[in-house]
Write a new protein. Structure first.
Length: 576
């Protein structure tokens, strides 16, 4: 190994290249007398420039193999280039700046200015100033995911809002923001992300990015101005506008209750949809979920997240006759962020029993998902359950796992029924109850509109308090009962009409008999496998008959238990 100290020239570099080319480099070191600390070390496969400063050695880059011509990023071709780079690194070290990002930038082919900016950015990052990734974490994973005080009341976190914000700020189009300090961003940086989404036809993603980027940056400046690097910075991000081409015109659909009844009939009847590539029947739990969404008029995510432990009887001394239930939702699943309970009529309670018979065992949800993703132990049906089933009924997707959902591919089994969503059912609930002269505050109470008083909205719900809170006077259960009873009576009345119109032998209201059910040979011992479709009677008539068969009766004398298969043969049971 040799040590050569001299004012290095191209000749020295050529000598180093020859040693590398012949693979005879043995650690020879060329030290430059002109630039203090600059050395060129030659090894068998490469020669590397380094700078020794303050007792440490920093690698600057490799010597290019060619003395002339094109060089690769990170390679140094001339001794002057090595000296310039050494002085730049020395200046950074003198200022206490780690030169690693600068050198990485140079190795990637960046200009001196860009590489220096990268080094300075790293210093700020190490000092705790926020990058785009930090902003996303602090806004979505911390701020939105924890209880916060809003207008003097604690608001429980919305995990779905946090997830939505996180996804919208980390879309592929926003990859260019990664590693950037939010203090160095400009309006154009955000507009590029917005426009890229629009060009890709992702209108919702474009709108969501605009909304969440503005909200996140405003949160950072308001609550962490210095740490985020936005202290004293004008709120330029508020100028970020949603593109007109991505805006969605408000749609006010007003479905009719008879159309809702016809839809429910089709859901029950067409369980296997002809023409589909996969001839799997609609699951019983999905059918139950569609009925549930139609009946309770709650938002899909909340309605389908109902837990079985949150279904309770309405105490006889506090409410109406036996058979009514009370269901409740905690604040975290409600859009209003308020605790919400709802009285459930006896016939609707049978729907929950129907779902319980066919639901996945061990799930805590009343409407459990039929399939679980890898790593997920329990989940409820997805909020898009209703939409996906409607698309299949309308013949828009032969294969439920793929295909163009907007292209007609089959028979429309809902022909003549205008498209509507679960949110439109909420509007239908309101107008129908209003037509039935139900009080407006009762309608709002069921829909959990923001104007409803809530004396317990800011309390933290603990398991031991759930039962008490479900029946709390502030939930105004008797008031909600008026609306629920009027709505469900009207909906079932319309369903009865659809079944009568579809089956000539369907009994008139109040004239339901087992003879008509026997005609369809319904096996009441197998309802745990699902309530079969009957053109003679809707599911609730079947469930009510099943419940009646199991109920003890006292016609004359002792109570009798009705045998499951024969209404005429009764077994005497003493002691009742």
């Amino acid at each position: 190994m040799a040590w050569i100290r001299d004012k290095l020239t191209g000749t020295h570099l050529d000598a180093a290249r020859k040693l590398v080319a012949s693979k005879s480099g043995d650690g020879t070191i060329f030290a430059d007398d002109k630039t203090d600390g600059l050395v060129l070390r030659v090894r068998k496969t490469a020669a590397t420039f380094s700078l020794k400063y303050a007792g440490k050695t920093r690698a600057l880059g490799t010597l290019s193999a060619n003395a002339k011509g094109k060089i690769n990023p990170g390679e140094i071709q001339t001794i002057q280039a090595a000296r310039d780079l050494a002085e730049q690194v020395r200046a950074l070290l003198k200022d206490g700046v780690d030169p690693t990002p600068f050198l990485s930038g140079k190795a990637a082919g960046k200009s001196d200015e860009s590489a220096k900016e990268a080094a300075e950015r790293q210093v700020l990052i190490e000092a705790g100033q926020w990058t785009w990734e930090t902003l996303v974490h602090e806004y979505a994973d911390v701020y939105l995911s924890q209880p916060r005080l809003v207008k003097k009341r604690w608001r429980t976190p919305s995990l779905r809002s946090a997830e939505t914000a996180r996804k919208s700020l980390t879309i592929a189009e926003a990859d260019g923001l990664k590693g950037r300090l939010i203090s160095e961003l400009a309006l154009g940086d955000l507009e590029e992300v917005r426009d890229a989404c629009a060009r890709a036809g992702r209108k919702t993603a474009s709108r969501a990015f605009v909304a969440n980027a503005k909200a996140a940056l405003s949160f950072a400046r308001k609550t962490h101005a210095r740490k985020s690097g936005l202290e004293g910075v004008a709120k330029w991000w508020l100028e970020l506008a949603t593109l007109h081409a991505t805006q969605v015109a408000p749609r006010i659909r007003r479905p009719k209750i008879e159309d809702l009844a016809r839809t429910l009939y089709a859901v029950e009847k067409h369980r296997v949809i002809e023409g589909r590539k996969i001839e799997r029947a609609t699951s019983e739990i999905t059918i139950c979920a569609v009925w549930w969404l139609a009946i309770v008029a709650q938002r899909s995510e909340a309605a389908l997240s109902l837990e079985t432990t949150h279904i309770m009887p309405w105490p006889a001394d506090q409410g109406p006759a036996n058979g009514w239930k009370v269901v409740l939702w905690l604040e975290e699943v409600m859009k209003s962020r308020r605790f919400h309970s709802l009285p459930i009529p006896p016939r609707v309670a049978l729907l929950l029993e129907r779902a319980k018979l066919v639901g996945r065992k061990g799930s805590k949800y009343a409407f459990p998902a039929t399939a679980l993703r890898k790593g997920v132990e329990d989940a409820h049906l997805d909020k898009n359950t209703f939409k996906n089933l409607m698309e299949r009924l309308r013949g828009k997707r032969k294969n439920p796992k793929g295909g163009n959902a907007s292209k007609e591919t089959g028979v429309d089994l809902l022909a003549g029924i205008e498209h509507f969503s679960p949110h439109d059912i909420r509007r239908l609930f309101g107008t129908t109850c209003s037509d039935l002269k139900v009080r407006g505050d009762a309608i709002s109470a069921v829909l959990d509109h923001a104007g409803v008083d809530d004396e317990i909205g800011q309390k933290v719900i603990r398991s031991a308090e759930i039962t008490r809170l479900a029946y709390d006077h502030s939930q105004r259960l008797p008031l909600k009962r008026d609306a629920m009873e009027a709505w469900t009576n009207k909906l079932f009345e319309e369903c009865d009409k659809v079944w009568r119109q579809s089956h000539p032998h369907f009994a008139a209201p109040g004239e339901f008999t087992m003879k008509k059910l026997d005609r369809d040979k319904i096996d009441f011992t197998k309802l745990d496998q699902g309530v079969p479709f009957s053109p003679a009677a809707p599911w609730y008539e079947i469930m009510e008959e099943a419940a009646e068969r199991k109920r003890p009766v006292r016609p004359d004398g002792p109570l009798r238990l009705i045998a499951p298969q024969n209404r005429d043969e009764a077994e005497e049971v003493e002691g009742y």
